[in-house]
Write a protein that binds this ligand. Sequence first.
Ligand SMILES: Nc1ncnc2c1ncn2[C@@H]1O[C@H](COP(=O)(O)OP(=O)(O)OP(=O)(O)O)[C@@H](O)[C@H]1O
Length: 611
Amino acid sequence: MSPRRSGQAAGARIEATSELGVFATLRRGIAVSPEMVQGAALTGLLAVLAAIGRVVVPIAVQQTVDSGILAPGGPDVRRVVTLVSAAAFVLLGAAACSAFVNVRLFRSTEAGLASLRVRAFRHVHDLSVLTQNTERRGSLVSRVTSDVDTISLFVQWGGIMLLVSVLQIGVATALMAVYSWQLTLLVWACFVPLFLALRPAQGAVNAAYTRVRERVGAMLGAISEAVVGAETIRAYGVAGRVQRRIDGSIRSTRDAMVHAQKLVSVVFSSGVLVSNLVLCAVVVVGTRLGIEGDITAGRLLAFLFLVQLFTGPVQMATEILNELQNAVAGWRRVLAVLETPVEVVDPGPAGVQTPRGPATVELRGVRFAYPGGAPVLHGVDLTIPARTSVAVVGATGSGKTTIAKLVVRLMDPSAGQVLLDGVDLRDLSLASLRRRVVLVPQEGFLFEGTLADNIAYGIRAAADSPALEPEARDRRVRAALVELGLAPWLDELPGGLATDVGQRGEALSAGERQLVALARAYLAEADLLVLDEATSAVDPAAEVRIARALDSLTAGRSTLTIAHRLSTAEAADLVLVVDEGVVVETGTHAELVAGAGVYASMHESWVAQTR
Ligand SMILES: Nc1ncnc2c1ncn2[C@@H]1O[C@H](COP(=O)(O)OP(=O)(O)OP(=O)(O)O)[C@@H](O)[C@H]1O
């Protein structure tokens, strides 16, 4: 038995953050978005040229002073003019290189970030519903949006500055060494301790920003949950309680931010302090060297300019560090999503493609446990013969919906097999499975748009085929509604197919939303329908309409209905009774009623209620 077949409880958790170190995170981040370093060699070369251009001013100052103003034969104005003109020319070139570096970096990082977003979103989509459920939706969204934004802030500003700064420090050091090795040693001797002191500080800043990203994610999760659940919150008058929870999460985000910024301020101020102390030391020691004839006035002046060039990036480095930590924290959260294994694995084109036609489904010894939960199904065996309507009934929490989710492969069983026409679902290509099997949930999700847009979600087309023309699409939607006997309903709608359904279909009634779900499923032309019967009560006229549409939808197809009403079970070809995760009875309605089992007693109390 392969490990896959004996799978453990489904639904891997999405870790809060990846465990990778800073450099490993950056390496992995770039490996995930290789577009970010596309053309890096030329960009690097241009950046070197731009950095070299920055030392033109100190060189020009030294030359102007030593061989122009203080020339042995008196000030040489022509030489000064020539030197300044040459410097201006080189500066122009350096500015052009710098602009190219910016444009190139922006282009490549934007491409890298866009593909990171796409990859992260696709991965979120591929994760099993159970894995998605381990995290609040808002927090999951923040990983694909705001966390990627923090990376973007760094790579587009900090990344450029980091590249320019490192080069600037290198070029400045080389030239400083040419002018005075003693003063160069002095500058480095002052900065090395700062660099060393920065390392532990970097760890603290890193941890602080990881906390900030987590709190931002939690805050977005709490806010989006409150927005989505606004109606329930109002209905139960618990706005105050929810508001307090959100206020708390905003406050803790603020506290985490302030703490991180405090650390950054300390690090930044130390940088400024050390830079100024270094300048003072260079003036004092340089003057002494000058008096002893070891350095000319021009060289000392140029050196002071170079110290500025050196300290600028070092101070900036603390700010870049800040952005880097923030970005690494964001990157880790995005990478944690990408590292979460996809448990419902699609064998892809290599998978079995079963031919279209009447579908037979079989569950063999299926066991299932939700992540961290007790087993819910304890060895379910059942068969849905082709073109048969099967109703599953049972007490609430008995495992009916779990069976339905396994049949459409929203998740895989912990043990046992679900087979479609004799093929294990895990061996079937997901595209082939989705084409043949459709789940009609109790409350289908309606997207913002028109009635036609929403029903047309059911139309299947190959991924590479062009979208249907609006007229052709509307014709198919209208035909589906007519075939389901829903033409009179469509005529009643003032906007017809163009009726705006509102957010999540709020502009439609519960019964109308069910009709949309049925029409959508009809267009999907599936071989097997898995219907979670709606429990929301609708008026008798709508009930008749829904029942008629359901009849047309299920005619000639295999159907598995999670029946909440015994009238549905009565109309089915076969009834399965589930009790505490086991199928306890199978038979026709008449057979089961005639028996003395669970179904017979359920039926008895139902009859007593309806009388
Ligand atoms: N996502 C989940 N995570 C953890 N446990 C779950 C999850 N979904 C369902 N369960 C548990 O699994 C058990 C079976 O749930 P299931 O939804 O299959 O029952 P059901 O028979 O469809 O109930 P109902 O008729 O109320 O819809 C229940 O005890 C439920 O608490």
